[in-house]
Design a protein around this ligand. Structure first.
Ligand SMILES: [Zn+2]
Length: 449
C-alpha cells in the first residue's frame, strides 16, 4: 500500500459556494478562538492548554455557539489539531508564535477519516458529498493513481478564488506509469548529462539521445516585460495609497503570464522525465551543484553578462528539478539512480576512450572535444554522458574499478546507500534467480544495504 495525495478542482454552484464560505468562516473562528484561549490562559492563569483540553471543550463550545453544531465534529477536531501543531512547531523552534488568521487568507478544513463525506469517482472527475454541509460538489481533474480515499481536505485559494478537494489515497500497486516491476532486470542503464543548450544528453551504451531546451520563457519574456513596463506607469500600492484599478489589472496579467510559463515548464519536465524513467532501470548522473553553478559572476568581471545568461538558462530548464524527477520516478518503479562524484570522475574533462583528463575541456565554450592523446572526437555533452556510462558499467579507462572507492551514492534514498558494481551484479543475479524460481521478489527486499 502506498499513500498518495490527489487533488481535484471543485465547481460549486452559488448556494454551494455560500455553504463552503460559511463553513470556512466558522473554522477560521474556531482556529482563532483556540489561539485566544491558549493565550489568555497562559497570560492570566499561567496555564498551558493542551490539544486534549481544547478537544474536550468542543461539546460545550458547540452548545454555546449553535452554528458549529452542524459541522462534522471530526473536522472541528482537525482545526483544533492545527492550532496544536502550530504551537508544537513554535515550541520546538521551527516556526514563530502562532498568530490569529485572517478570514481572507484562511485555507480551509479537513476530514481526518473516512466518515462525514463520500466521493464518487473513478480517478477522473466525479463528485464529493460533504454530509455536514449537505452538499454534493462536482469535481474535475485526473488522479495519477487512484485507490481508496482515506482523508479529505477542502482548500480555498483566495488568489484564484478556486476551491479544491485534496484526498489522501491508498494505492495498492507501486507506480506502474514508469514500467512494471516484474519487467525490471536492472539491465537497461542510461547515463545523462544535464546541460544548457541541450537540456539533457543521454547515452545508453548504444546510442545518444538529445533533448533540446524548449526555452518557454523566451517566448513569454517579451510579454512579461511589457506588462511589467505598463505596471510601472500605474499607481502602485504604498503606505496610505491604494493601488489603482489599472495597476491591479496589469499586475494580475503579469502574474498570470508567469504562472503560464511555470505550468508549461512543469508539463515538459514531467513528459521528458517519465519517458526516460519508463525506459531505464538504472540512471547514472553526476552529483550536480546547481547552487554553485548559478553563483553570480564576480564584480567587474567581463563574464558577468555571459554568466547571467547562463544562469538564466540553467534556472529556466530547472536543472535540479529534471534530475530529481528522473531519480524519483526511476526509484518509484524500483530502479536505482547512481550519482557520480563530479570532482573525481570529471566527466566533462575526461576522454571516454583513453581516460586522459584535459583541463582545457572544462571551459564551457569548448563544445566539441578532440583528444590530443588518442584522437577521439566527441561533442562535449555526449562525452560526459559516455564517461558516466563507462564508469557505471566499469569500462572507463583511467579510473579505479570499484565504484565503492569512488564513493557513489544512490540519489534519492534517505539513507545514503553506497553502491558498488559488484553489488549491482548481485542484485541482478538475485533478481534473475528469483524469477527462475518462480518467486517474485520486490526490489526493496533485495535492496542494497
Ligand atoms: Zn583520448
Amino acid at each position: 500500500m502506498v499513500t498518495r495525495r490527489q487533488t481535484f478542482r471543485l465547481y460549486p454552484n452559488k448556494p454551494q459556494e455560500k455553504a463552503l464560505f460559511g463553513a470556512r468562516r466558522l473554522h477560521c473562528y474556531l482556529y482563532n478562538a483556540c489561539i485566544s484561549h491558549r493565550q489568555t490562559e497562559y497570560k492570566h492563569n499561567h496555564k498551558s492548554i493542551t490539544y486534549f483540553d481544547q478537544q474536550n471543550l468542543l461539546p460545550a463550545f458547540k452548545a454555546e455557539w449553535v452554528e458549529f453544531a452542524a459541522l462534522h465534529s471530526q473536522t472541528l477536531q482537525t482545526t483544533v489539531k492545527r492550532v496544536d501543531l502550530a504551537y508544537n512547531a513554535f515550541f520546538t523552534g521551527q516556526r514563530g508564535k502562532p498568530k490569529f488568521k485572517s478570514i481572507r487568507n484562511y485555507s480551509g478544513w479537513g476530514y481526518p477519516a473516512k466518515s462525514g463525506w463520500k466521493v464518487d469517482s473513478t480517478g477522473k472527475h466525479g463528485t464529493v458529498k460533504l454530509n455536514d454541509l449537505g452538499i454534493t460538489l462536482k469535481m474535475r481533474g485526473q488522479a495519477k493513481d487512484w485507490g481508496i480515499p482515506t482523508t479529505l481536505m477542502i482548500v480555498y485559494k483566495p488568489s484564484k478564488r478556486q476551491w479544491f478537494a485534496s484526498f489522501t489515497v491508498e494505492v495498492a500497486t507501486p507506480d506502474s506509469r514508469f514500467g512494471s516491476e516484474s519487467d525490471l532486470a536492472y539491465e537497461s542503464i542510461a547515463a545523462y548529462d544535464l546541460g544548457t543548450e541541450t537540456a539533457l544528453t543521454l547515452f545508453d551504451g548504444a546510442e545518444f539521445e538529445e533533448i533540446e531546451n524548449p526555452r518557454f520563457s523566451h517566448k513569454n519574456d517579451e510579454k512579461v516585460r511589457k506588462a511589467a513596463k505598463q505596471k510601472r506607469r500605474k499607481r502602485a500600492p504604498k503606505k496610505g495609497v491604494k493601488a489603482s484599478r489599472r495597476w491591479k489589472k496589469i499586475n494580475k496579467r503579469e502574474s498570470n503570464l508567469k504562472a503560464k510559463v511555470a505550468r508549461q515548464r512543469k508539463d515538459w519536465q514531467h513528459k521528458v522525465t517519465s519517458d526516460i524513467a519508463s525506459r531505464y532501470d538504472i540512471g547514472v548522473t553526476e552529483k550536480l551543484n546547481t547552487k554553485g553553478m548559478t553563483h553570480t559572476a564576480k564584480k567587474g568581471s567581463k563574464r558577468k553578462a555571459q554568466k547571467a545568461g547562463l544562469n538564466k538558462s540553467i534556472l529556466s530548464v530547472g536543472f535540479g528539478t529534471l534530475n530529481k524527477m528522473i531519480s524519483y520516478k526511476i526509484e518509484q518503479k524500483g530502479g536505482l539512480v547512481l550519482q557520480l562524484p563530479t570532482r573525481i570522475i570529471k566527466p566533462s574533462q575526461r576522454c571516454p576512450k583513453c581516460g586522459t583528463v584535459h583541463k582545457e575541456w572544462a571551459e564551457l565554450k569548448n563544445r566539441y572535444h578532440i583528444c590530443s592523446d588518442c584522437g577521439f572526437e566527441v561533442p562535449r555533452d555526449q562525452g560526459s554522458a559516455m564517461v558516466m556510462y563507462n564508469v557505471a558499467t566499469n569500462q572507463q579507462p583511467g579510473l579505479g574499478t570499484s565504484l565503492d572507492s569512488l564513493g557513489c551514492f544512490s540519489a534519492t534514498s534517505e539513507t545514503r546507500k553506497t553502491v558498488s558494481m559488484k553489488q549491482l551484479g548481485q542484485k541482478k543475479r538475485q533478481k534473475s534467480s528469483a524469477m527462475a524460481d518462480g518467486v517474485s521478489k520486490t526490489p526493496s527486499a533485495i535492496a542494497v544495504r
